[in-house]
Ligand binder design. Structure first.
Ligand code: UDP
Length: 321
C-alpha cells in the first residue's frame, strides 16, 4: 500500500515542525507549506535528507495546490502576541483566506482536515477552567482581536465546510505550549524568561504576575493532536495541561531550572491580557485517552539545552562587527 500523504500548513513553525516529525515517524509522507513570516526553515533542517518530506515556501492566502493529500493539518498563523500584533493583517488573512484555501484542498481531494485553534477563543474567560462549551469573552476591537477573532472565524469556516461541503473536519483548541524550537524572540513568556535568565538579565513580569497560565510541553501537545486526528470528533477539543501557574510561579521555576541569579522586574500588563487560563480536559481524557505527562519543571529542564544554544547563537550573531 502506498504511504498516505499529509499537508501541514505552517509546517516551519514551532508546532507545525514538531507535527511534521510526528507524522513522518508514523509513516506519513509530509508536505510542509509555510511563507516563513514567523516560521523558520531551520526548524526543518533535520528533515533535509528525509525522502518522506518536502517543503514548499508559499503563502496560503492565495489559492494553492500541492497535489493529492489524504490529510490537511492547517497550522499556519502567527501565534505569539508579539508576532500577531506585529503581523495583524496577515494574521486575519491567514485565519480567513488561508483557512478557506486549506479547506478547499481538503475538499478537492476528499482529505481529512484538522485545524489548530486556540484558548484565545475564550478571551479573558469568565468561566474557569474553560470547557469547550464556553463561548468566551473576547474584545472584538482590542489589540488581540486580530488573532482571537481570526481563530474564531477559522472555527466558523471549518464548521461551515463540514455542514455545507461534508469535509471531514476536526478542531483543536491549543493552550500555552512550550519547548524546543520556540523562537527566542517571539515574546512569549517561556522564551522571554529563559532568555533573560540565561543572559543574567532581569525577568520581565507583566502586571503583578498573578495572572495564570497552564503550560503544556510540546510532546504532550503533539500526542493530543495525533490522537484527535485519528478520532471522529468534529467539535472543538481542548488540548493543554491543566496544571495552572501564576506568571510569578513560572518565573521562579525558570530561575530554579536555569540556576540563574536574575531578578524580577515588573512591567505594565498588556491590554486585554487574560487574567486566568486553564483547560478543562475532561473531553480529551474521555474521548481520546489523552493525558499530559510532563510537569512544567521537567519540561523546562528538557528545553534548557535548546534555549542555551539559541542564546549562544543569538549572542554570536549580535556580536559580529
Ligand atoms: N508575560 C510576562 N512577561 C513576559 C512575557 C509574557 O509576564 O516577558 C505574561 C503575559 O502578560 C501573559 C503571560 O505571561 O500574562 C503569557 O503570555 P504569552 O505571551 O506567553 O502568551 P498568552 O498566553 O498571553 O497568549
Amino acid at each position: 500500500m502506498s504511504r498516505q500523504r499529509a499537508l501541514v500548513t505552517g509546517g516551519a513553525g514551532f508546532l507545525g515542525s514538531h507535527l511534521c516529525d510526528a507524522l513522518i515517524t508514523e509513516g506519513w509522507n509530509v508536505v510542509a507549506v509555510d511563507n516563513l513570516i514567523t516560521g523558520r526553515r531551520g526548524n526543518l533542517d533535520h528533515l533535509r535528507n528525509e525522502p518522506a518530506f518536502e517543503f514548499v515556501e508559499k503563502d496560503i492566502c492565495r489559492p494553492f495546490d500541492v497535489g493529492k493529500v489524504d490529510y490537511v493539518f492547517h497550522f499556519a498563523s502567527p501565534a505569539s502576541p508579539v508576532d500577531y500584533m506585529q503581523h495583524g493583517i496577515a494574521t486575519l488573512q491567514v485565519g480567513s483566506l488561508g483557512t478557506f484555501h486549506a479547506l478547499d484542498v481538503a475538499r478537492t481531494y476528499g482529505a481529512k482536515y484538522l485545524v489548530s485553534s486556540t484558548s484565545e477563543c475564550y478571551g479573558d474567560p469568565l468561566e474557569h477552567p474553560q470547557k469547550e462549551t464556553y463561548w468566551g469573552n473576547v474584545n472584538s476591537i482590542g489589540p488581540r482581536s486580530v488573532y482571537d477573532e481570526a481563530k474564531r472565524f477559522t472555527e466558523a469556516v471549518t464548521m461551515a465546510y463540514r455542514r455545507y461541503h461534508k469535509v471531514d473536519t476536526r478542531i483543536v483548541r491549543i493552550f500555552n505550549t512550550y519547548g524546543p524550537r520556540m523562537q527566542l524572540n517571539d515574546g512569549r513568556v517561556v522564551p522571554n524568561f529563559m532568555k533573560q535568565a540565561l543572559r543574567g538579565e532581569d525577568l520581565t513580569v507583566y502586571g503583578d504576575g498573578s495572572q495564570t497560565r497552564s503550560f503544556c510541553y510540546v510532546s504532550d501537545e503533539i500526542d493530543g493532536f495525533m490522537r484527535l486526528a485519528k478520532s471522529d470528533e468534529y467539535l472543538p477539543v481542548n488540548i493543554g495541561n491543566p496544571n495552572e501557574f501564576t506568571i510569578l510561579n513560572c518565573a521562579e521555576r525558570v530561575l530554579k531550572v536555569t540556576g540563574s541569579k536574575s531578578r524580577i522586574r515588573y512591567e505594565p500588563l498588556p491590554q486585554d491580557d487574560p487574567k486566568q487560563r486553564r483547560p478543562d480536559i475532561t473531553k480529551a481524557r474521555t474521548l481520546l485517552g489523552w493525558e499530559p505527562r510532563i510537569d512544567l519543571e521537567i519540561g523546562l529542564q528538557m528545553s534548557l539545552e535548546y534555549f542555551r544554544k539559541a542564546v549562544i547563537e543569538e549572542t554570536a550573531v549580535r556580536d559580529i562587527p
